[in-house]
Design a protein around this ligand. Structure first.
Ligand code: MN
Length: 249
């Protein structure tokens, strides 16, 4: 049996200030988490939106990874003074990957920027500069090692609560933006005490987004593999339904 093929989106960055040389940077933590749950990770460079469907045709699942801010032009807002770096090529490529993946019917896991990508793709909007609302609650912890930081309360009937086996968990928090107006086909399934949306699911069970970084925490806190297990279960279900009668262990 071939392991399920999971496409992971990447960041684009210049290697130095003197050479105009771009790197596609894939996160090793994401690859390790996908590997841990039996998937085979591939990294995709942010090529044209036209190439997105060709990439999606080759894989069984899509992981939208963390990264820079989303350009608010994508949800019809002017840039807030606190908006950070944006990446037009990545925005366009990831949104095209999302729509191609939905058309094909493969599961999608969004992490941090990835949950924001899901929400923008579904027509929702983002809080562009979360610190502007943070007088009592922080979402940008200083420890950079994935240690647990804030409490997240899960909706009791969500798949995510089922995967964790409880409705209150602690997670890390490294985000600058967050979901504002929720997109179509999505339900909020997790919030912090300040009402920030920390996870979404689609009604068909194929889309899961989390605002924290479980891939940075699962080695120290094994329960944090839960979002990846849930995602991979959906991928296996897709594979089983695609080829009737064939069993994937
Ligand atoms: Mn948070």
């Amino acid at each position: 049996m071939q392991p399920a093929r999971i496409l992971i989106s990447t960041s684009s960055s210049t290697r130095s200030s003197s050479l105009k040389r771009m790197d596609a940077i894939g996160g090793m933590n994401y690859a390790e988490a996908i590997n841990q749950v039996g998937g085979l990770p591939f990294f995709a460079p942010n090529l044209s939106a036209e190439k997105a469907a060709a990439y999606i045709a080759q894989v069984d699942g899509l992981l939208l990874s963390g990264g820079v801010d989303f350009d608010p032009v994508l949800f019809n807002e002017a840039p807030h003074p606190g908006l950070g770096m944006v990446d037009e090529a990545r925005d366009n490529f990831e949104l095209a990957c999302y729509h191609a993946a939905r058309k094909k019917g493969i599961p999608i896991l969004g992490i941090c920027r990835g949950i924001q990508a899901i929400n923008v793709a579904e027509g929702g909007s983002l809080i562009q500069h979360l610190p502007a609302f943070e007088d009592k609650h922080q979402h940008a912890q200083q420890n950079n090692d994935g240690s647990l930081f804030h409490t997240v309360v899960l909706e009791p009937d969500s798949k995510l609560a089922g995967a964790f086996g409880k409705t209150s968990i602690r997670t890390n928090s490294y985000h600058h933006q967050a979901i504002d107006r929720l997109g179509s086909n999505l339900k909020s399934v997790a919030k912090t005490a300040d009402n920030t949306i920390e996870a979404v699911e689609s009604s068909d069970g194929k889309v899961l987004g989390v605002q924290w970084h479980p891939e940075m925490s699962f080695e120290r806190y094994p329960e944090q593999i839960a979002p990846f297990r849930l995602f991979m279960e959906a991928v296996q279900q897709y594979l089983n339904e695609r080829i009737p009668g064939q069993v994937y262990a």
